[in-house]
Design a protein around this ligand. Structure first.
Ligand code: GAR
Length: 204
């Protein structure tokens, strides 16, 4: 688990009674609240401060070594707010997942809720995807959509989306743990899915 801050997605996964063991929680920011939560649950927590390693490639190489040391089957980005180098992504390709607060491919990058409001979209949401070298791009595992209301603020919209993040990320991890995710030509097939369970829409 790689994170940079609050760690609410990490908490949702940790509390979802999934058939997984969280082998390490690593933050590039030593003060991340997610690390405190990990320590409170006796999960192995590590601060790996990027400001001590100004060179991104060098930092990511060390980070990759640290991640490998814990022998994870899956590496989760849960609010990890640093662009990863192509070498890191290639090393973990197919076992590197991210959650992003928009319906990708719309609104990659930052400030997704502000941008959704500025565009006047009527539907917004979140996406769990496998990570590729393109920022916030890659085979989509599951998405959840929420309505955008006329009087929405970025904060209100963000809270509505975050509640859905906490549903879909644990679900995606469960599917991975059950061996149900198959990447084929850049798309994710969910084995045994005849009902398109990989779309959630709430309050529409
Ligand atoms: C979440 O909204 C997540 O989707 C977003 O950061 C937040 C982290 O919250 N991630 C990105 O924007 C990645 N591009 P959390 O620390 O409470 O899980």
């Amino acid at each position: 688990m790689l994170l940079s801050g609050r760690g609410s997605n990490f908490q949702a996964i940790a509390e979802a009674r999934l058939p997984i063991e969280i082998v390490a929680v690593i933050s590039n920011r030593p003060q991340a609240a997610g690390l405190d939560y990990a320590r409170a649950r006796d999960l192995p927590a590590f601060a790996f401060d990027h400001t001590e390693h100004p060179d991104r490639e060098a930092f990511d190489a060390l980070l990759a070594e640290e991640v490998e040391r814990h022998r994870p089957d899956l590496v989760l980005l849960a609010g990890y707010m640093r662009i990863l180098s192509p070498a890191f992504i290639t090393r973990f390709e197919g076992r590197l997942m991210n959650i992003h607060p928009s319906l990708l491919p719309m609104f990659p990058g930052l400030n997704t809720h502000e941008r959704a409001l500025a565009e006047g979209v009527k539907i917004h949401g979140c996406t769990v995807h496998f990570v590729t070298a393109n920022l916030d791009h890659g085979p989509i595992v599951i998405q959840a959509a929420v309505p955008v209301r006329a009087d929405d603020t970025p904060g209100a919209l963000s809270a509505r989306v975050l509640a859905q993040e906490h549903c879909i990320y644990p679900q995606a991890v469960r599917w991975f743990a059950e061996g149900r995710l198959e990447i084929n030509h850049g798309r994710v097939n969910l084995r045994g899915d005849s009902t398109s369970q990989s779309v959630l829409s709430t309050g529409m």
